[in-house]
Design a protein. Structure first.
Ligand code: UDP
Ligand code: MG
Length: 313
């Protein structure tokens, strides 16, 4: 059985087209398939459309979050819900071409356990977005060794991988990297990012920023090491300047070097604040994790009896 997880947030215009196109491909691949729409707290009536579709088509199921919990949560809720031997994750806006599932499914049948779709081009994006993404991928690669360049959330996973992901205890996840982190035999297929079918991208700058920070802090402690190293570097400076100051003092020209003091004060002050900020990010992450709050709350289901107990953990 093939399950396809489709996170959707305010995708009213895209859901019917996605259900049709993805359903068509899945139907060609196997008779036994399910499309799981995870409505991430949409406010535009997406849920009614999912309910309508699931009444017409027994292959379609839906989950609805009680509010917007973010795409990561939607993906993980879908993975938990899926019962297939292979589980695909695909965007609802048809930017991930469903026809690629033919290739991905074939690779899975040939023994691959993680089939990743990588972007051969990044599609149309503005230069600012490109730079931000480039910097983020660079930091991730240098610090955690995970090469995320051109990767996407479009993947097909074997049941073993899905189980491994479902068992991860952490709440702040980063699907794109975790599916590589869990290991297993992986293969890649390339695709060109299609333009959005309808509507606008759901990622605001701040959402992306939060996503980037949470994935970096989730995968590497390098920023904390950098703080320690710069502390050591500044200690060396401090010793040299301290000696120079003492020598000056002994020679009776202690008033000199006022600019040095100001520059050092500003520099050290900002580095300290940066350090506190970075430690703060990690602390807040620990705080988030120990609160043990669920990753998402499901308020409704459609397309199957409501007898499962999924509390988001
Ligand atoms: N999405 C979601 N929750 C969110 C934001 C986005 O489930 O808070 C879904 C969205 O409906 C779409 C997918 O994630 O199916 C990718 O979102 P989008 O197209 O906005 O991102 P982009 O393609 O611009 O990276
Ligand atoms: Mg998109």
């Amino acid at each position: 059985m093939l399950s396809v997880v489709i996170p959707a947030y305010n995708e009213r215009e895209n859901i019917p087209a996605a259900a049709k196109e993805i359903g068509y491909v899945a139907g060609k691949l196997t008779d036994e398939y399910e499309l799981i729409f995870v409505d991430d707290g949409s406010k535009d009536g997406s849920w009614d459309i999912i309910c309508g579709l699931s009444e017409q088509d027994k292959h379609i199921r839906g989950l609805r979050f009680s509010r917007n919990f973010g795409k990561e949560s939607a993906i993980f809720a879908g993975l938990k819900e899926a019962v297939g031997d292979a589980v695909a994750v695909i965007d609802c806006d048809l930017q991930h071409p469903p026809a690629l599932l033919f290739d991905m499914y074939k690779k899975w049948q040939d023994g691959a356990e993680v089939v990743e779709a990588v972007k051969s081009s990044r599609g149309k994006e503005n230069i600012f977005y490109k730079m931000f993404a480039g910097l983020f991928y660079h930091i991730m690669k240098k610090s955690s060794g995970i090469d995320l360049d051109r990767t996407s959330d479009y993947k097909l996973l074997d049941r073993k991988v899905v189980n491994a992901l479902n068992e991860l205890p952490e709440r702040q996840t980063f699907f794109r990297a975790l599916s590589g982190w869990v290991g297993f035999k992986s293969e890649r297929v390339e695709f060109d990012v299609a333009p959005r079918n309808a509507g606008k991208s759901k990622w605001s700058f701040f959402k992306l920023y939060r996503y980037a920070i949470s994935s970096i802090t989730g995968f590497t402690n390098l920023p904390m090491h950098i703080i320690t190293w710069s502390g050591a570097l500044f200690f060396v400076f401090a010793v040299i300047l301290g000696i120079q100051t003492l020598v000056n003092f002994c020679m009776g020209n202690a008033a000199d070097g006022f600019s040095t003091v100001i520059i050092l004060l500003l520099l050290i002050g900002s580095i300290l604040m940066l350090g506190v900020g970075i430690i703060g990010y990690y602390l807040s992450k620990i705080y988030e994790e120990i609160k043990c709050r669920p990753r998402y709350i499901i308020s409704r289901r459609t397309g199957q009896p409501d007898n499962r107990k999924d509390n988001g953990h």
